[in-house]
Design a protein around this ligand. Structure first.
Ligand SMILES: Nc1ncnc2c1ncn2[C@@H]1O[C@H](COP(=O)(O)OP(=O)(O)O)[C@@H](O)[C@H]1O
Ligand SMILES: [Mg+2]
Length: 286
């Protein structure tokens, strides 16, 4: 799902913290948002997620006429899980969307397997370590195959091996990307123009109708993500090596402005703007 924004502005207590003329997150990309502390990265992501309102400006999501809240999910640096088991946390978004119980069980199992959580399926969320919590939060976020996955420093407090598991998962979603391009237009052409009044209902009924046929055949061959995922990923990270490993596009923010954006290798290896260069070379404080 493309996300475009124009003239986005946001102030807190009379201080402008975001002022972006225009930006584009390309459908199917894995886009890193980088920049020093206080640059406005989280504010931008929260606005995209619909958790924060911009003071002015316009955002659009794919060809959706309304905010597609049933297709978007966000994972925070300190995720909160609901007070129940790991498996019920992962199943929750699918239940909310009216998925078939058999599909819920299958996807929950696949996601737990891919993230090495299977042994913790009955574990209560509050008993998990930080890394396990983050993996469960990621599995929950991926459960319903969101079109837009927003991650705010998901591995900032996580050990290297769990970070590697999370990165592998994000890359596997991207790997399904090419498979999806052919199926996507057919899938995405559906609800829009007639403007469903309630995206929640339309999302739920859409999944109800299609999940049985759509999801089951993918499962055995492609793993939890399967073909047809088509998830666009936006990842805020302080770790430039992680941005390189995981992402194909980069946006550099500084003092609320979108300084530079483009392919990962270009922005990180050959930045055109002084702020980006200083940031990449470690001169601008992280
Ligand atoms: N809810 C808030 N109230 C007041 N100031 C805020 C709030 N959220 C963010 N800010 C300020 O906005 C600026 C940008 O914050 P943020 O988007 O969190 O930056 P980043 O994620 O790049 O570190 C910072 O100066 C921060 O202190
Ligand atoms: Mg932040």
């Amino acid at each position: 799902m493309d996300v475009t924004f124009q003239n986005l502005q946001k102030s807190f207590d009379g201080r402008k913290v975001l002022d972006i003329e225009q930006g584009l997150i390309k459908s199917g990309s894995r886009t890193a948002i980088i920049g020093p502390n206080g640059a406005g990265k989280s504010t931008l992501l929260r606005i995209i997620a619909g958790l924060e309102q911009a003071d002015s400006g316009a955002l659009s999501y794919g060809d959706s006429a309304t905010f597609p809240r049933m297709d978007i999910t966000m994972v925070f640096q300190k995720p909160y899980l609901i007070s129940t088991t790991v498996e019920k946390n992962i199943a929750y978004p699918m239940k909310l969307r009216g998925y078939d119980p058999a599909v819920i069980e299958r996807r929950t199992n696949e996601l737990m397997e891919e993230l090495n959580l299977t042994g913790l399926r009955k574990q209560k969320a509050w008993k998990l370590s930080g890394g396990e919590t983050q993996k469960a939060a990621l599995a929950r976020a991926l459960s319903f195959q969101p079109k837009l996955l927003l991650l705010d420093e998901p591995t900032a407090n996580i050990d290297p091996s769990t970070t590697a598991e999370i990165e592998k998962m994000l890359l596997s979603i991207g790997a399904a990307k090419d498979d999806t391009t052919t199926t996507r237009s057919a899938k995405e052409g559906s609800p829009k123009a007639g403007a469903p009044k309630d995206m929640k209902e339309s999302g739920a009924s859409k999944n109800k109708q299609t999940s049985g046929q759509k999801e089951m055949p993918d499962a055995g061959q492609k793993g939890a993500q399967g073909a047809g995922q088509g998830t666009t990923i936006v990842l805020i990270t302080h770790n430039l090596a992680q941005a390189k490993r995981v992402c194909d596009e980069v946006m550099m923010l500084h003092e609320g402005k979108l300084v530079e954006a483009g392919p990962c290798e270009k922005i990180l290896l050959d930045p055109q703007m002084q702020e980006t260069r200083r940031f990449v070379e470690g001169e601008l404080l992280i």
